[in-house]
Design a protein. Structure first.
Length: 429
């Protein structure tokens, strides 16, 4: 018997119904062919022949990332370049070079799989200053190469707003700037992050050896829907319009006034804050305007690809012990210290297992109608095409044109040690 059973014994979990959301299905059908076409259109791509090129790869779980990286490598080698990979991920991995290499390996980017070396360092070179005198840093290995090529996914950022958010400029400033560059970009806080990113980004585009960036976009199904290669001189001009386009692909949870949102997993491979703040409407930055739609939010697990970085767990009210025990403070806190934010790194109430975590979320939801609990369960904030909802939400879902719902629900199912099972696991109960 659990130590909280007396307190939580009265909590009853409602039947849950699986629902599917329909989103725009634009997608790239032939990734390798598209990359080849885009790179071939880069002016003076022949300049890479006989040259050393650093390929900057970040820490996000980008769709089709291994195929994208390998294709870029193959195409550049075919053009006569000598390639190596540099981790471009600011302070991730605890701001330790070897950890950043491990993060790439978790994402399928290893020396063996890619066929080129990975050169990881936290050392940087100062390549210039902004008009205000802020130093601008660039990965030392990348700066020593003849050219650098980056890969970046364009999407709304979860902690600040600006002309440039998550994307090509940020990959240079934060990713290739490493911890030192990220620290200077965050120096005036998240409220000024957009302006700082643009100012420092302009120096990068003028002074770095960046040749081009392969810009990516994903639809709401986590599928690649755009691949374009942008010469360095075009990035500042073209990225703002791409950001606006990316906003149209951002999925959402289409219900309001929830008693509980259950998030199966968070992780740095999902988004920088573990779960997308734009979707859960809880932000790590105090200046961001939230539109709360749930009373309580619980987190059940941390992805293995996060390698212990639990940034964003502080956005939850309650988390399971298995998520907490995967958390490495030394890999989580450098993000908060660098970004000058603390909310995402705070530790929520920790319950022994998923069963108690969910019950505690319901128990602490204020002014809840226990006979008609409004609950949504999602796998993570990248996967909103399918979710589970409680019976109290079924009628609302059926009235929405872009949603289809199961006609019969199912009870919550847990393993003997209180771990929540998905429907695919129920046969193992």
């Amino acid at each position: 018997m659990g130590i909280y059973d007396d307190i939580l014994d009265s909590v009853r979990l409602p039947r849950m119904y699986r629902v599917s959301q329909e989103f725009a299905r634009d997608r790239v059908t032939d990734i390798a062919r598209t990359i080849r076409r885009e790179i071939s259109q880069i002016p003076d791509i022949g300049r890479v022949r006989g040259k050393q090129v650093a390929l900057a790869v970040g820490s996000r779980g980008i769709a089709n990332l291994p195929e994208i990286v390998k294709t870029v490598i193959d195409v550049l080698i075919e053009h006569g370049a000598s390639l190596f990979i540099v981790p471009a991920m600011g302070s991730h991995g605890g701001a330790i070079a070897q950890n950043q290499k491990i993060i790439l390996e978790h994402l399928g980017i290893s020396e063996q799989a890619m066929g080129v070396p990975i050169r990881a360092t936290m050392d940087t070179d100062c390549i210039g200053h902004t008009p205000e005198g802020v130093p601008v840093y660039f990965d030392h290995y990348a700066n020593c190469a003849d050219f650098t090529v980056s890969i970046a996914r364009i999407k709304p950022h979860s902690s600040f707003r600006g002309k440039y958010e998550s994307g090509m400029v940020k990959m240079s400033v934060i990713g290739l700037g490493k911890q030192r560059g990220a620290d200077y970009c965050h120096i005036k806080g998240m409220a000024n992050m957009g302006a700082n990113l643009e100012k420092i980004g302009r120096v990068h585009m003028e002074r770095s050896n960046l040749l081009f960036c392969l810009g990516l976009m994903e639809n709401a199904y986590d599928q690649t829907c755009m691949i374009r290669a942008f010469p360095r001189d075009n990035i500042l001009r073209e990225e703002p319009a791409l950001l606006e386009k990316a906003k149209t692909y951002l999925p959402r949870i289409p219900f309001g006034n929830l008693d509980l949102l259950v998030v199966d997993e968070i992780g740095k491979n999902i988004t920088g804050t573990g779960m997308d703040c734009n979707i859960v409407q809880r932000f790590t930055s105090e200046h961001m305007i939230a539109r709360p739609f749930t009373k309580r939010l619980v987190v059940l697990d941390l992805t293995e690809e996060s390698d212990g970085n639990a940034s964003g767990i502080g956005l939850a009210d309650i988390a399971s012990r298995r998520a907490f025990e995967k958390m490495s403070m030394s890999k989580t806190y450098p993000n908060g210290l660098t970004a000058r934010t603390t909310l995402g790194c705070k530790i929520p109430i920790i319950m022994d297992n998923d069963f108690d975590t969910i019950r505690a979320g319901i128990k602490t939801a204020p002014d809840a109608d226990y006979e008609n609990l409004r609950i949504v369960r999602i796998k993570n904030t990248l996967r909103l095409d399918e979710m589970e909802i409680s019976e109290a939400l079924v009628r609302e879902a059926q009235a929405m044109e872009h949603i289809s719902a199961d006609s019969s629900g199912s009870p919550w199912r847990f393993s003997a040690d209180g771990i929540l099972l998905g429907r695919e696991d129920e046969t193992n109960v």
